[in-house]
Structure formats: structure tokens, C-alpha cells
Design a protein around this ligand. Structure first.
Ligand code: DX5
Ligand code: ZN
Length: 546
């Protein structure tokens, strides 16, 4: 079974990449947020999971190579290398400064260039369209030397206007370079507009297939899809592969998303605290499949995936720790075959230490046990098993349970904390209001102990309670009845996302007001705030801006 990616930790690192990149760009007063953000998951999946590389041994003979041909994504690229450990994260703030090693476009490291580069940068990306050719040179050399190194290259869709890309595409298939993987950051925008208006690239899949490449298409912001594609590609022989990653330029900051004007523009420094808050406010929706009509889990998973759920929440109940019984690892094994959405397993069972291996084998991505069902040493053993398998470990706390202080010493290895807002055992229960203060209290304790993981709210989360738990610190929202309690799952999830959006915009507005830049902030985001004006109570603000 392939090593899992510790999904939540990887998601957090990609979030950190965006946060670092935007600070560097704002500090420099220039740079490319659009590309840095559209390629964040792609570069994160490579450096934080897939590629063989050692930040402490940057020239390791057996390393895989990453050729960043889409060089203007430099701020994001530097942020990935910093988060991976090649440089200190504080150095990203020297972006584009005179004498900085982090120049506007990356410079390949060499002794001669040591003042303008750092070990780990394999390629000098200036005018684009060239990186694929360099990647082919490396892949061909390694193949001829019988070496196992793999070569990855990131290319852009604007960059694909360059004729050299297509010359290179022919050469790569001629030489059957099955150790070469190109990833196309398909955000459909280039410097001065939309690619399909400037130089139509579609049908891009057919083009690469016609050049005799193995072509795979993914959602370029779903790391599970990127990593799954990278693993499947390793089995392809005698053909180079390309992953067409459908992405959104500027993804992560709503007023930058899918907007050509944020191709190469820096936000004002005074906006940075709010932009960082926005990047930490992304909400993941996790439908709980025990809710709604009994069983029919397969259909529920399929419909949740179609409706764009971020996670699938799996409530495992043994009829002992909780009054009811649901399903177990064998059911999950079956569901794993039909969906690539990350599985968030919530174990409400006694003695989880005896069963965790079953949920590892079943293909769960996150496994959470209840603090009431294990001792500290049992938790540590469970935690060790999960981390070894690359699964995100979680701990859940019931409404009546005090936060156990022994957890403080293990926070680095806990990716999610479920703070129950109902007594476990059934979906469709009423939200316990007291759990809000408890959640806020626990979040305060965790923050003061440098907890980097996620807070998950579970129990009675719907359109009326989501904003409250968001304000208390939750970022993963389990929703059972709110999703499966009525037939139209699509609009149920849309409604939750709308409430999440209102909660986030309210929080950002509060911060903008505290930072005394309320009208400036509203102005920068006017178009997407107008539809929410009534719910946010900003009609007057918008009127004043006109
Ligand atoms: C309860 C479970 C919850 C529940 C959520 O024990 O852990 O995940 O199914 O369902 P709602 O959202 O309906 O409370
Ligand atoms: Zn649950």
C-alpha cells in the first residue's frame, strides 16, 4: 500500500507556502502572486511528498530534479523550498531585494552565483519556454547512464505559446523519456489576459497526446489527485507524461482569484495581516455519511464527491463507546475504491489501539480516536502507527470531557482535534451551545502551545451554527443532517459554503476595521462583497466608496 501523504499536514504546509509568498511579494512591492498561488499544490505535492530529495544534501546523486520553467512563480517556489528546509523561511521576505539570493526569477545555484541563488535551485528561469528542453537533457542523460532519478518540470499555459515547447515535446517522446513528467499549470491566464483569447491552447489534452505523451488531467488544487496521478505515472513505460493540472490563478485570496490583473502585482503591505487571515480561514466541508437515509453509503459518497466535498467524514461506532453501531473497516475498504476524496475516519470505538491498523489498511487519510478511549501511552502507540503509515492523526473530545493536559506534549504529532458539539452516537442532534466556549478555550490553550493542526467541529453544524464554530476556531466542518437531511445535497453544500464565505468575510472586515483600513479593504474587494452587502451590513460602506 503506497505511503499516505499525511493529508492535513501537507494541506497546512501548502497554506504556509501561500502565506510566505504573499509576505515576500508585499515586502518587495512586486512579484507574481497569481502563479505562486495557482502552482502551490503542484509544487507542494512534489517537494513535501513525491520527490526524492534532501534539503540537507541538495546535490544528492539520487535526487529527483525539479525544473521550474514557469519561472515567474518564483515567490511560491522559494516559499516551497523554504518550507521544505532549503533556506530559513524568514529569507523569503528578502525577495527581489538588492543582494538577496531570492531574485525575481530563480537563478541556478553555482559557486559563482552563490550571492544570487541557493543550493536546491536546479535551473535559471528567465524567458520562459526553455525549461522543458533542459528537463529533457537531464532525463536523457540519466536514462542513458542507467540512473533512476526522475525529472519533473512545471510549465505554464501562457508559456505554451512558445514554439520551443512543442519541439521539446517531440524530442521527449522520440527518446521515450518515461522518467520525465511535465506538469502544466492550466490556470487559463497569462500576463495580459485569458489564454483562450490571446492564443487558444485547447484542446490541450489532444495536443500532448498527439505528440505521443501519456496525458493525465487533475484538479490542480486537490493534492490527493495530484499525488495519485504522480504515482500512476511511475508505472508508464517508454513515454513521457504530462499532468494537466486545472488551476485557478491567485487561488487562496478571493479578489486575486482568476484575475489577470494579479498576474504580476503586489498587494499593499497594510493588507498583509488580512490576507494572512484569509489564507488561514479556508474551510473544509466534511459530509458525515451516517446521516440521512439509512446506509446507502456508496451513493452518499459519490454524491458528496460530485458536490465538491473536501473530505468524507466516516463515523465508526461500535455500540459500546456509543449507543449505536454504524460500519467498520471492510465498508471503508469498499468505499475507498469508488472515491479519491480524503477519508476522515472518526473512531467512536472502545480500545481503538486494537483496531487502528484495520483503518490504516482500509485507506483512511485521517484517523481520529477519542481521548476517552485510550491512555496516553496507547495514544502514543496509535499515533506512531498512523504517522508511520503517513496518515494524519487526530484526537476527539466529548462535550463532558476536560481537555487533558497530557495532550500538550504531543501537539506536533496531532493534525486535527475534533471538539464534539453533541454527545456522540447519532446524526441530527441539536448543537450544544456550551461547546462554543469550550472550543474557544481549547483553541486558546492550543495556540499558546504553538499547535499547528486543524480544529474540527462535529455535531449539529449547519447554516445557523457554522459561523459560530468558525469564530471559535474550527476550520473543518462536519455536516451530517445539514448535507444528507434533505434530498438536494448540492444546494445543501452550496448553502454551507455560502455561510462559510459570510463568516470569513465578516472576520476579515473586523480585522480591516481594527487595522483602520476598512474602506480601503472593501474597495479592493468590492466586486465580490457587493452580493454579500446585506448579510455583511456594508451597504453604506459600499455606497460611500462609489
Ligand atoms: C456523531 C457523529 C457526527 C454526526 C454529525 O456522533 O460523530 O459526525 O454524524 O451529524 P450532524 O451534523 O447531523 O450532527
Ligand atoms: Zn463524527
Amino acid at each position: 500500500m503506497a505511503l499516505k501523504m499525511r493529508y492535513l499536514e501537507l494541506s497546512r504546509k501548502v497554506r504556509d507556502v501561500r502565506m510566505l509568498a504573499i509576505q515576500g511579494i508585499a515586502e518587495a512591492g512586486s512579484g507574481h502572486p497569481g502563479a505562486s498561488f495557482s502552482a502551490a499544490e503542484i509544487m507542494g505535492a512534489l517537494y513535501f511528498h513525491k520527490m526524492k530529495h534532501k534539503p540537507s544534501v541538495p546535490f544528492w546523486e539520487e535526487r529527483d530534479f525539479f525544473i521550474n520553467s514557469k519561472a515567474h512563480s518564483a515567490p511560491g517556489f522559494y516559499a516551497v523550498l523554504a518550507t521544505a528546509g532549503y533556506i530559513d523561511t524568514t529569507e523569503v521576505k528578502t525577495l527581489r531585494k538588492l543582494g538577496s539570493r531570492l531574485q525575481g526569477h530563480p537563478v541556478r545555484y553555482s559557486e559563482r552565483q552563490k550571492n544570487h541563488s541557493f543550493p536546491g535551485i536546479e535551473y535559471s528561469g528567465g524567458s520562459e519556454g526553455i525549461g522543458l528542453s533542459v528537463a529533457i537533457g537531464i532525463a536523457l542523460a540519466k536514462k542513458r547512464d542507467g540512473k533512476k532519478n526522475r525529472v519533473y518540470t512545471l510549465i505554464g499555459d501562457g508559456e505554451s505559446n512558445e514554439g520551443q515547447i512543442w519541439e521539446a515535446a517531440m524530442a521527449a517522446s522520440k527518446f521515450k523519456l518515461d522518467n520525465l513528467v511535465a506538469i502544466l499549470d492550466r490556470n487559463k491566464i497569462q500576463q495580459d489576459g485569458f489564454t483562450e483569447e490571446i492564443m487558444p491552447l485547447d484542446p490541450v489534452r489532444d495536443k500532448w497526446a498527439a505528440f505521443n505523451w501519456n496525458v493525465v488531467e487533475v484538479n490542480g488544487h486537490k493534492i490527493e489527485q495530484i499525488i495519485d496521478a504522480l504515482s500512476r505515472i511511475e508505472k508508464v513505460e517508454d513515454k513521457p507524461s504530462i499532468i494537466i493540472a486545472n488551476t485557478t490563478k491567485g487561488k487562496g485570496i478571493k479578489h486575486m482569484a482568476n484575475s489577470p490583473q494579479w498576474h504580476g502585482k503586489a498587494p499593499p503591505k497594510k493588507h498583509v495581516p488580512i490576507l494572512l487571515e484569509e489564507l488561514q480561514s479556508e474551510i473544509l466541508i466534511a459530509p458525515s455519511i451516517i446521516a440521512g437515509e439509512p446506509e446507502n453509503y456508496e451513493e452518499k459518497v459519490r454524491r458528496a464527491e460530485r458536490a465538491g466535498a473536501d473530505l468524507i467524514h466516516l463515523d465508526i461506532m461500535d455500540g459500546k463507546f456509543v449507543p449505536s453501531t454504524s460500519f467498520f473497516a471492510d465498508t471503508i475498504k469498499h468505499l475507498r475504491k469508488i472515491s479519491s476524496v480524503p477519508f476522515d475516519a472518526h473512531l467512536m470505538i472502545e480500545k481503538p489501539i486494537r483496531h487502528v491498523h484495520e483503518y490504516i489498511d482500509a485507506g483512511c487519510d485521517i484517523v481520529t480516536v477519542h481521548v476517552e478511549t485510550c491512555t496516553e501511552s496507547e495514544f502514543l502507540e496509535i499515533n506512531k502507527m498512523l504517522l508511520k503509515a503517513g496518515i494524519s492523526p487526530g484526537i476527539a473530545i466529548n462535550p463532558g470531557t476536560q481537555f487533558p493536559s497530557w495532550l500538550i506534549g504531543h501537539l506536533n504529532n496531532i493534525d486535527v482535534m475534533i471538539i464534539m458539539s453533541v454527545n456522540p452516537g447519532f446524526a441530527g442532534q441539536k448543537f450544544i451551545p456550551d461547546s462554543l466556549d469550550k472550543m474557544a478555550e481549547i483553541v486558546k490553550t492550543l495556540k499558546s502551545n504553538n499547535y499547528k493542526g486543524f480544529i474540527e467541529a462535529d455535531g449539529g453544524i449547519d447554516a445557523t451554527t457554522l459561523q459560530q464554530v468558525f469564530d471559535a476556531g474550527a476550520r473543518i466542518m462536519v455536516a451530517g443532517n445539514a448535507v444528507y437531511g434533505s434530498p438536494d445535497i448540492n444546494s445543501n453544500i452550496i448553502q454551507l459554503r455560502h455561510k462559510a464565505n459570510v463568516a470569513i468575510e465578516t472576520k476579515l472586515l473586523e480585522l480591516a476595521t481594527i487595522n483602520d483600513i476598512r474602506s480601503d479593504w472593501i474597495k479592493s474587494r468590492k466586486n465580490l462583497l457587493i452580493p454579500l452587502a446585506k448579510e455583511l451590513g456594508i451597504e453604506e460602506d459600499l455606497h460611500a466608496i462609489k
